[in-house]
Design a protein around this ligand. Structure first.
Ligand SMILES: [Fe+2]
Length: 222
């Protein structure tokens, strides 16, 4: 399995704070059957530092000394002109592919379908990060995002929360759930734990288990 949303790369955002913590997370990955991780540090309009992230990532690959395969991407907070900055190489896509992990405001209602459309026509394939967190998103909005070329990622921990149950069921029922990811930040809380997600999908939607916990991330790995 590939974890496509992870703040494992330490010391660059609100994720892992030390090499020791990153190593603890790598141990959790190994125990969870995750063999590949795309590190997705935060990027936004004012904080891009792509060169710094590349350097830090290549240093980390040496330090980590792990059998878990590591790749670099980013979680980009959507902003106007984001497509231009992707084109000029100022933002990171998922391991250099046209796929981009993009997050939106959780509180101020944003036109996510329009943003997805804009990125799609610019030649990118947007993956909406933690789709369960946008309370303002309607069912019609979800379908619209899909029609506009968007993919959906949910955090594994969402399966532990009753408040997310309806949405998760809806996405799975319509086969619109593309990725379950850890979005891990720390080794204690917000860590790597796919237990609840795996148990639910195995029980309720076993036909989608292999897609979500087997070959899900292969499209990014070149
Ligand atoms: Fe994240």
């Amino acid at each position: 399995m590939t974890d496509i949303h992870s703040h494992l790369l330490y010391g660059v955002d609100d994720g892992a704070t030390s090499l020791e913590m990153a190593r603890a997370l790598l141990a959790q990955y190994a125990a969870s059957g995750v063999d590949s991780v795309i590190c997705t540090p935060h990027q936004n309009k004012t904080l891009r530092r792509t060169d710094v992230l590349r350097k830090r990532f290549s240093l980390f690959q040496g330090e980590a000394a792990t059998t878990v395969r590591l790749y670099l991407g980013a979680e980009i907070y959507y902003y106007e002109d984001m497509a231009d900055d992707l084109k000029s190489g100022e933002l990171l896509t998922m391991n250099g592919t046209p796929y981009v992990l993009v997050e939106f405001s959780l509180h101020n209602e944003e036109r996510i379908p329009d943003a997805v459309y804009e990125l799609s026509i610019a030649g990118y394939r947007p993956i909406v990060a933690h789709i369960e967190r946008y309370g303002y998103l309607t069912r019609d909005g979800l379908f619209e995002i899909r029609e506009n070329g968007g993919l959906f990622q949910v955090n594994a921990r969402a399966f532990e929360h009753r408040s997310c149950a309806k949405l998760l069921k809806f996405l799975l029922k319509h086969e619109m759930l593309d990725f379950v990811a850890s979005d891990c930040h720390r080794d204690a809380e917000r860590n790597v734990d796919f237990t609840a997600a795996k148990a639910y999908i195995l029980k309720k939607f076993p036909g989608q288990y292999e897609k979500l916990f087997g070959n899900n991330g292969k499209i990014f790995l070149t």
